[in-house]
Ligand binder design. Sequence first.
Ligand code: UGA
Length: 447
Amino acid sequence: MAMIAKQCPDIPVHVVDVNASRIAQWNSRELPVYEPGLQEVVEEARGRNLTFSTDVDGAIRDANLIFISVNTPTKTFGVGAGRAANLEFVEKCARRIAECSTGHKVVVEKSTLPVRTAEAVARILASSATNATFDVLSNPEFLAEGTAIQDLLNPDRVLIGGESPRAVEQLVAVYSRWIPREKILTTNVWSSELSKLTANAFLAQRVSSINAISALCEATGADVDEVARAIGFDSRIGPKFLKASVGFGGSCFQKDILNLVYLCEHFGLSEVAKYWEQVVVMNDYQKRRFSARIVRTMFHTVSDKQIAIWGFAFKKDTNDIRESAAIAVCRDLLEERARLVIYDPRVSEQQIRDALEGIFKDATGVLSDRHRQLVREHVTIAPDAYAAAAQTHAIAVLTEWDEFRRLDMGRVLAGMQRPAFVFDGRNILDVARLTSLGFEVHSIGRP
Ligand code: UGA
């Protein structure tokens, strides 16, 4: 919305949320999300044609176009728990819009939703007690975190699904202010909804595919970066999204694939469901494999050993830790009674502690005393990468922050126990140089 406001100074954009503290943050100098370039975009438009408020009803009344951009987390209860999307917030939004609207409104699904949700939204809107009328469009978001501003300024494509040509044209008119018309694709609503889930499933599948090969590389003596480079030169395959890692994370991939799996199961397509589910299975395996390798390499025990964790975010240039591979790796190491010293340049101590307590909670959301104590006593947060590594037996690199490439590794080594192990879950460190300094380096997909 900030980008729309920036690019279309004559269009008033009202962002509303029921959460007053979030809105206060959006109105302050400390935005609630870290995203390179976002601060500048918000500050340019805020107060001009971009406002943030809690006046949900007023914003609905005033708007011609309404974007529903609420979260759709994986359901944790009831039918489809662990797979299906929780549509509670979408439905509540639709009901509120139905109550407050007059005249004609175009309602745009921006949240990532299962296929045929637009239909449900349209039905709720149609049941409005007022005489308002509605068109519903699907306009999925393809930006990636960390590169959001560039992705929005210069997207590969914008996708708009809708039945009403007039409504579609209204939204096209907004995007075409800065995006070439040929990059704005229009489809039917269901194709648009399904394309979003499919794009993420294909991207995640590439990561799981190369991660599967990384296991084979470690066993055979091949080097996964060389393999990725060699296959990436095939123009049909291409070089992107072939970086082997400790596993993909983020709020989207796993959620969207499980959503797709649930849809397939719902329609009785069990083979299709299993096929896509394997992408997530492989990702869980990759995360487990990494922590198991740490334990095995460190003489089969990490109990009471200090291990530095460099990076907790699910990728660089974001403070987002949702589904971060770091959470799973730390869980495994804590189960083995390791002492973790964690450093991430953008993630707060509270976020880290909440995530680690969260992962140990049982199905009913209860954290046992043993696990609470484990997180309290075995986890320390360090102010920088050097402090995190001091006195440790090993370093595990879990996020590819640029600053980790630029560290004085001689200084890091001087503070560590021997043998000084490095487990590079992102393949960002220079193995030859580290080895010559005296580290023992283990990376992903290398013998
Ligand atoms: C992803 C998609 O890339 C976006 O197009 C989509 O709009 C977004 O989900 C969404 O649905 O909202 P995002 O989750 O922000 O974006 O991040 P990605 O850059 O896709 O990375 C996801 C994970 O895969 C990260 O943990 C990353 O480190 C990992 N990854 C990515 C690899 O391990 N290897 C790679 O080669 C690429």
